[in-house]
Design a protein around this ligand. Structure first.
Ligand SMILES: O=C(O)CCC(=O)C(=O)O
Length: 287
């Protein structure tokens, strides 16, 4: 389908109550907001990427194990459908509305696919410690392209953890992905063991159908199990948007120290305190 003919508006309007739930809990679900035309177009696009992994992509499932946990970053830079989705779909307007931002820049997209029979979980983490950004107007939209259930690996959040005033040391998503030494440089306090003490935390998780979106704050602690289904896929795409107060943070231990990721960002030259006024992070709202 021609991208120009796909809807530019959400399937329904977002309410003040939904935005208030996001601000209070650090994560909430918006049901039935993404027009199905976009979901269908992106399903094919994702499968194309899975057949042609990007240069910074990571196979988190060790070779020889069942299943596949595939991660990829900045996919919009090489695939026109990913680009259209972050820019021409209703998603940038949604992000700007939730952040109450006058303008929004696109930070990056992260593809997180767990095929059937994938054991590897996504470990508990906050997003911000991985990122060279500071500010409060930073939002992730987690978009499912299959039904996401307890079995296939829903994202689970610690409610309100975005307000703890803490940044915990990032955890490496997989073994030997080259990130562990970089994260050590951040010198942040260790993450609490949420998984071993689930009953001590106020957890929330949302089973999702395609069309739903989770919105989450970059300091909200979250996790996702592996995909225990023997048939169901779990294709998810996180779109990260930056609003009015976001600026470049040059602190040590973020992804700018990863050479594989930085090959995706030719000419990157931002300095501490810069606004994200750079074609690598295009303004997407207002269009
Ligand atoms: O999809 C997952 O397994 C985890 C998602 C996540 O960590 C994120 O979107 O920040």
């Amino acid at each position: 389908m021609e991208t120009q003919t796909l809807p530019r508006s959400l399937a329904r309007t977002i309410t003040e109550e939904e935005i208030a739930a996001y601000e209070r809990d650090g994560a909430t679900v918006l049901r039935n907001v993404v027009p199905m035309e976009w979901i269908e177009q992106m399903r094919s696009a994702i499968d194309r990427i899975l057949e042609n992994p990007g240069s910074a992509s990571v196979e988190y499932t060790p070779e020889g194990e069942k299943g596949r946990y595939y991660g990829d970053f900045f996919v919009w830079m090489r695939d026109p459908d990913f680009k259209a989705f972050m820019k021409d779909s209703p998603m940038p307007q949604l992000a700007a509305q939730v952040m109450k931002a006058t303008s929004a820049h696109f930070f990056y997209d992260q593809l997180l696919v767990k095929e059937a029979n994938t054991k590897e979980p996504t470990p508990w983490h906050q997003d911000l410690p991985y990122w060279p950004v500071r500010g409060n107007d930073i939002l992730s939209l987690w978009v499912p392209f299959d039904r996401a259930t307890e079995e296939t690996g829903v994202v689970t959040y610690v409610k309100g953890s975005h307000k703890w005033g803490k940044m915990f040391a990032p955890s490496a998503f997989g073994k030997d992905t080259g990130f562990a030494e970089i994260y050590a440089k951040a010198g942040l306090e260790p993450l609490p063991d949420v998984e071993a003490n689930r009953e001590s935390y106020d957890l929330t998780a949302f089973e999702l159908d395609p069309g739903d979106v989770i919105i989450h704050h970059p300091l909200t602690l979250h996790y996702a199990s592996g995909n225990a289904s023997s048939t169901g896929r779990r294709r998810g795409l996180a779109l990260r948007y930056l609003g009015d107060d976001a600026e470049f943070d040059g602190r040590p231990g973020t992804f700018v120290e990863n050479t594989k990721v930085m090959t995706l960002l030719p000419g990157f030259a931002m300095k501490d305190g810069d606004r994200f006024e750079d074609p690598l992070f295009p303004q997407v709202w207002p269009r």
